[in-house]
Design a protein around this ligand. Sequence first.
Ligand code: PMP
Length: 318
Amino acid sequence: VAEYKDGEWQDLRIEPYGPLQINPANATLHYGQSVFEGLKAYRNEAGEILVFRGDANQRRLNESAQRMCIPEVPEEIFMEGMRKLLEVDKDWIPKQAGCSLYIRPFIFAADDYLGIRPSNNYKFMILTSPVGNYYSKPVAVKVETQYARAVEGGTGAAKAAGNYAGSLFPARKAQKEGYDQLLWTDGKTHQYIEESGTMNVMFVIDGTLITAPISTGTILKGITRDSVLILAKEMGMPVEERFLTVSELEDALLSGRLEEAFGTGTAATVAFIRLINIHNKDYVLPEKAAGAFSDRVLKRLDDIKYGKVADDHGWIMK
Ligand code: PMP
């Protein structure tokens, strides 16, 4: 825990996990001025703790904070807080293959005040939770063309609490229809595929890896997305960062040119997509071919995260 008061971050400390005392007028409860991150710590065979790309999460937290008018948490406080917490929580990192410790840093407004203005006080906290292997089952997704997750000029590029609140209703509707996740389209024309609720999405069409660009400010700058794109280029995979239209995706499915589709994110790493619903029609994806790109890149990423291969990119913090 650290607190922002009198214009600066201070009082970094470890507190036992437990309930917070919240005033009913707490600004976050009413106005949602809150941002968060998600990253993971792994254990290598020697028992050392490896944190994957924590510096990238630290930067993204502050980019999100800026958009939500929250004071940035200095790098030293973020890193020192995480180091101290992992020292206490290290035994919670499961030893089984595929398991890890999920780390959730977050910042929220701490003023007790009814009225729309940025808070003067904030709390920064980090909590952890052991997690198991996520990518056991391929997912069914539905292209959403009625509701929007993000619009240009909005907060879609920030990891802001409210983005997730606004997504719950359409996502629950799709889950009731039997789909695991939504594939969000742009909030204006609903013609361009953006991302899913917790993952960026990638498609392999005619041997090229295609994923939406992040330049519109409507898509979360996924750290797994960035890592997969870097590895893809190294693996000789042609990459295009461009928007795929819903009809282009449908054509690729109908003509058998869609080879693979998958989501990328910290929780799942790579989640294979087995079915895509477009305009109320279900398309089943082809069986993944041996040596599929998504299998190879998942293995490569896992090998880096668990310290099984050299960390050529400086992605691992010990
Ligand atoms: N998009 C959204 C909306 C997300 O919540 C996440 C999870 N943080 C991602 C994409 C994937 O980002 P990352 O690879 O950094 O986990």
